[in-house]
Design a protein around this ligand. Sequence first.
Ligand SMILES: [Zn+2]
Ligand SMILES: [Zn+2]
Length: 293
Amino acid sequence: MANTIDLHTHSTASDGLYSPTELLQYAHEADLRILALTDHDSTNGLAEATEAAARLAIDLIPGIELNTDTDDGEMHVLGYFLEYERPAFQETLKVLRDARARRGERIVELLNEQGVDIKWEHVREIAQGAVGRPHIAQALIDAGYVQSVPEAFDKYLRSDGPVYVARRKLSPLDAIRLILSANGLPVIAHPLTVPGMQKLQAWLPELVEAGLVGLETYYGPYTEEQVQQLHDLADEYKLIPTGGSDFHGPGIHPTPLGGRFVPFEAVERLKSEASKRMGTNPPEFVLPPTDKE
Ligand SMILES: [Zn+2]
Ligand SMILES: [Zn+2]
């Protein structure tokens, strides 16, 4: 059976290669009927995506992917059916993005102080959206200081290195609460990639308690066995098994757009859950102050 659903994709609003319009056009060519755009820490592609989707008769689910950190590793949280125009939600996203951008700028300043001549403007050009250390690594390659990204990290950017700047951390629980504050549905992305099965199992009770709704089960490269494992875990916690390709552009991830079969039931269950919340007053979310930055 041909797949018509992809619930995990990125555009130029974060680190994807295609603009939202190009992504939707590409989805149309791949015969997809239902697409979620889930850019990192940003909903800035959603208005354009919604317009393009309407033209192409694709059902667009407004989404996001929030990167979170704990002392014990990362976790990515997807949010679906967001009422993303809520001002408080947008303000929080902006604070998170600005903190990340300022961190990049500070790292470049420190590099400059050490005599490394790369330009902040160039790093921003490379990044398009949120600036991360990989973009600074690329600028170091472009300026001829290193040959590769690993070398850039090893020589300059590693976390015990000379120019490390701690980043503003969003905890997994806060990511869930932030999504709930826009009446969205929080889902753990690629659970076996990060955080991994062990941590996932340890963290799940608390995450479910905080309002987690789903587990990304049908993820890009996961094997049948891994899918089954995640499906069982989702059932155990009454979570909705979702899925998608994590498409960033051709050739960036192993799975092509729409390349992972996602059962229609996943969308039905998300929709039914979303319809209960739509337009109701969501719980407020206040970003906790940064501790050690
Ligand atoms: Zn991710
Ligand atoms: Zn992703």
